[in-house]
Design a protein around this ligand. Structure first.
Ligand SMILES: Nc1ncnc2c1ncn2[C@@H]1O[C@H](COP(=O)(O)OP(=O)(O)OP(=O)(O)O)[C@@H](O)[C@H]1O
Ligand SMILES: [Mg+2]
Length: 270
């Protein structure tokens, strides 16, 4: 509508035609203000999320470096030392044999056998920690079963594995589930003071549901999640992030004195 077509102003009360556009304008301004506020809030949330993601990434990288350092120390301090010891023993056996002290040489040969066996066992442990070969060859269930048996031997905590997964899952899904369960179990060992832990696996439609439940001391989840990053702890955050990166989700149920359940689900097609 052009200016010439506007109705002529009347005396007294403002005409309805003028009030209505003013109100519409005000409403639209208010709406835009609300929209801008929402946008600013969403932007601030996004920025906070991004900062948290960066912190988490840094922690993951430094945790990976710590892990490599630990493995290097294990290999250096234990495996190399044992191999050096074996070499010395071979020299000794050689000298004893040359001197004709065959009985003593044979005795040392037997102890050499034992230390070689221990070296092999140690290497197997290190390899299993890096990546259990059975995860590729036998799959998730036997590997988890083996891990849980070792967990029980080392911690004295009772374990139970219940699975309703009919078949093997993709290598990506099996590795993801194995790592997340492992992270939850490390927490049970470190923090829970539990006497029993149950791992449950279930396939429902196209999802794999996993639960790690302990009967330990429990904790305040929100508080732990808030404090952990500042302290440099990444376990729980990494479970949540990795489940969500795979297109799944995770929830942690716990309260002081009530045990802990870490529950996550990932799409079978992840
Ligand atoms: N199963 C559990 N029982 C009792 N407390 C737990 C359990 N799992 C986690 N917590 C609590 O939550 C905190 C955060 O766990 P998170 O795994 O994120 O860190 P962390 O284990 O302390 O360190 P990191 O995993 O980086 O080695 C723990 O410090 C502990 O207080
Ligand atoms: Mg942890």
């Amino acid at each position: 509508m052009s200016n010439q077509e506007l109705p002529a102003p009347r005396e007294g009360a403002a005409p309805a035609e003028e009030v209505a556009p003013a109100l519409t304008l005000q409403a639209s301004l208010e709406q835009q203000l609300l929209y801008a506020r929402d946008l600013a809030r969403a932007f601030a949330e996004l920025e906070a999320k991004e900062a948290q993601r960066k912190r988490l990434l840094e922690k993951v990288i430094s945790a990976q470096e710590d892990e490599r350092r630990r493995i290097a120390v294990d290999i250096h301090d234990e495996v190399l030392q044992m191999l050096g010891f074996n070499l010395m023993k071979i020299d000794l056996i050689e000298r004893l044999w040359e001197k004709g002290e065959h009985a003593s040489a044979l005795e040392h040969l037997r102890t050499l056998r034992d230390t070689i066996e221990s070296t092999i066992a140690l290497l197997r442990e290190i390899i299993a920690e890096l990546r259990p070969p059975s995860l590729d060859f036998q799959g998730l269930l036997p590997t988890l079963d083996e891990y849980l048996k070792r967990f029980k031997r080392e911690t004295g905590i009772e374990v139970a594995l219940s699975s309703q997964l009919g078949k093997r899952q993709s290598p990506t899904v099996e590795t993801l589930i194995y790592r997340l369960v492992q992270e939850a179990l490390v927490n049970v060992r470190k923090h829970a003071g539990a006497s029993r832990v149950v791992v449950r696996l279930q396939a429902i439609d196209d999802w794999i549901h996993v639960e790690v439940s302990d009967d330990g001391r429990g904790f305040v989840v929100e508080e732990a999640l808030r404090n952990s990053l500042a302290r440099g702890s990444i376990g729980l955050h990494s479970i949540i992030e990795r489940a969500s990166l795979a297109g799944g989700r995770c929830e942690i149920e716990s309260a002081p004195g009530q045990g802990t359940t870490v529950r996550f689900q990932v799409p079978a097609s992840a």
